[in-house]
Structure formats: C-alpha cells, structure tokens
Ligand binder design. Structure first.
Ligand SMILES: NC(=O)c1ccc[n+]([C@@H]2O[C@H](COP(=O)([O-])OP(=O)(O)OC[C@H]3O[C@@H](n4cnc5c(N)ncnc54)[C@H](OP(=O)(O)O)[C@@H]3O)[C@@H](O)[C@H]2O)c1
Length: 199
C-alpha cells in the first residue's frame, strides 16, 4: 500500500504492462503520472492516471522536470530514457527507478551463458553503485509467476479496481497473425490468444 503523496511515474503506460501498472499503482493508493502518446490519454484517465503526459508533444524530459520529483519510476520504454529519468527521482529518500528493458537476453545471445552472465553482472553492478552514490536506487525487473501476487490481483479484478485492457483477441489458429499485430507496436493494452474457443 502507498499513500497518495507517493508519486509514481510510468513510462510506456499505454502498453500491455503499462495499462496494468497504472491501475495497480492507483489501487495501492499512489499518485500516478502516465507517459504515453496523445491518442492514449483518454484511456489513461479512465484507468485512473492523475497526470498524463504526451511524449510526442515536445521535449519529454523538460515536461517532466516541471513536475514535482517522483518516489518510483517504472520504465517499460528503455533506451535513452535511462540517461535522464533517474534525475526525476527524490534524492536520498529510497526513491527507485525500475526498468523492464534490460540487456540480459541480448548479452546471453551475443556472448553465451557464462560471458553473458558476467557482462550482465558487471553492467547492473556498476549502474547500481553509480546511482546509489547519487542518492537513488537503480533496478532491473523480470517477471516471474507468483501465486500470492496473482491472488491479490484477482481480488482487485473482482472488485473492479483493475480491469484488463484488451486490444484484440485472436483464436489459437491465428497465433501468427497475433504476433504480426504485436510487431506493429503501438499497443493499447494486451493482445490475447483464446485457447479455449478454438476455431
Ligand atoms: N523484464 C521483463 O520481465 C519484461 C516483461 C514484460 C515486458 N518487458 C519489456 O517491457 C517493454 C514493454 O512491454 P509491453 O508488453 O508493455 O509492450 P507493448 O504492449 O508493446 O507496449 C509498449 C507501449 O509503449 C508505448 N511507447 C512506445 N514508445 C514510447 C515512449 N517513448 N514513451 C512512452 N510510451 C511509448 C507504445 O505506444 P505508442 O508507440 O503508440 O506510443 C505502447 O503502448 C518491452 O520492451 C518488453 O520487452 C519486460
């Protein structure tokens, strides 16, 4: 549980992960700033975001710098965001930046398991220390199945506090089509494969 003054920034809020994250963080009681394209603004408001920032309407970093600092940042965009996003966190207060976009798998593919793990360890270690010295926490997140967490989410779904945002449902026979859809990008919620009603 957060309190309303706990400020959370979600980068990539309109996608499969972001649409859940906005709702979960709201259900936990925090103030949410969602970053997305302009056409997703209405959806973000509907999901409970307090502030919505269009990343295509000018310099995002500058827009965010006009807002109060954040306690937590969830980054599902990655890339260059990492260079400036940590400056938006409150210093020396336990504030944390978590990115879902990591070089872990790329390192394994490029360098093999042993060297890939070593490279990954060096990268995360050096970034963690660098940011810790500046008064903020830097983390990578990886999704893992968790029964207790799913139980909590099921309760939030049952109570209507979290609603799955489904962009499109494909029958099992159209899995390749679903992947093509995913590759197009610009997701608004999740693409679902229906494995029960087979066509
Ligand atoms: N570490 C893990 O275990 C884990 C787990 C799941 C996902 N991920 C990673 O997390 C990332 C997001 O996953 P997802 O399933 O949510 O992807 P997704 O469903 O494809 O959503 C990405 C969203 O980001 C928006 N977007 C693109 N560029 C943006 C920018 N610069 N600023 C703000 N929003 C932007 C896209 O819409 P527009 O382009 O229209 O703006 C889209 O709505 C992916 O890179 C995925 O690989 C990691």
């Amino acid at each position: 549980m957060f309190i309303f003054s706990y400020r959370v920034l979600i980068l990539g809020a309109s996608g499969g992960v972001g649409t859940f994250a906005v709702q979960l963080v709201k259900a936990w009681g925090a103030h949410v700033t969602a970053v997305c394209s302009h056409d997703a603004s209405t959806l973000m408001k509907k999901l409970g975001a307090d502030d919505v920032i269009d990343y295509k309407s000018g310099n995002l970093e500058q827009q965010l710098k006009t807002l109060p600092l954040f306690d937590f940042i969830l980054d599902s965009v990655g890339g260059s965001t990492e260079r400036w996003a940590l400056d938006l966190l409150k210093k020396w207060s336990g504030a944390t930046y978590v990115t879902l976009v990591t070089p872990f798998l790329i390192n394994m593919d490029k360098l093999g398991v042993a060297d890939g793990m070593l490279q990954t360890g060096v990268t995360i270690g050096s970034k963690t220390v660098k940011h810790l010295l500046k008064g903020v926490h830097y983390r990578w997140a990886f999704f893992m199945p968790s029964g207790p967490s799913l139980d909590e989410i099921a309760q939030l779904v049952d109570s209507g506090k979290v609603q799955p945002v489904i962009q499109e449902v494909f029958p099992f026979s159209e899995v390749p089509k679903a992947f093509l859809k995913l590759e197009e990008g610009h997701a608004r919620g999740k693409t679902v494969i229906d494995v029960i009603n087979k066509k």
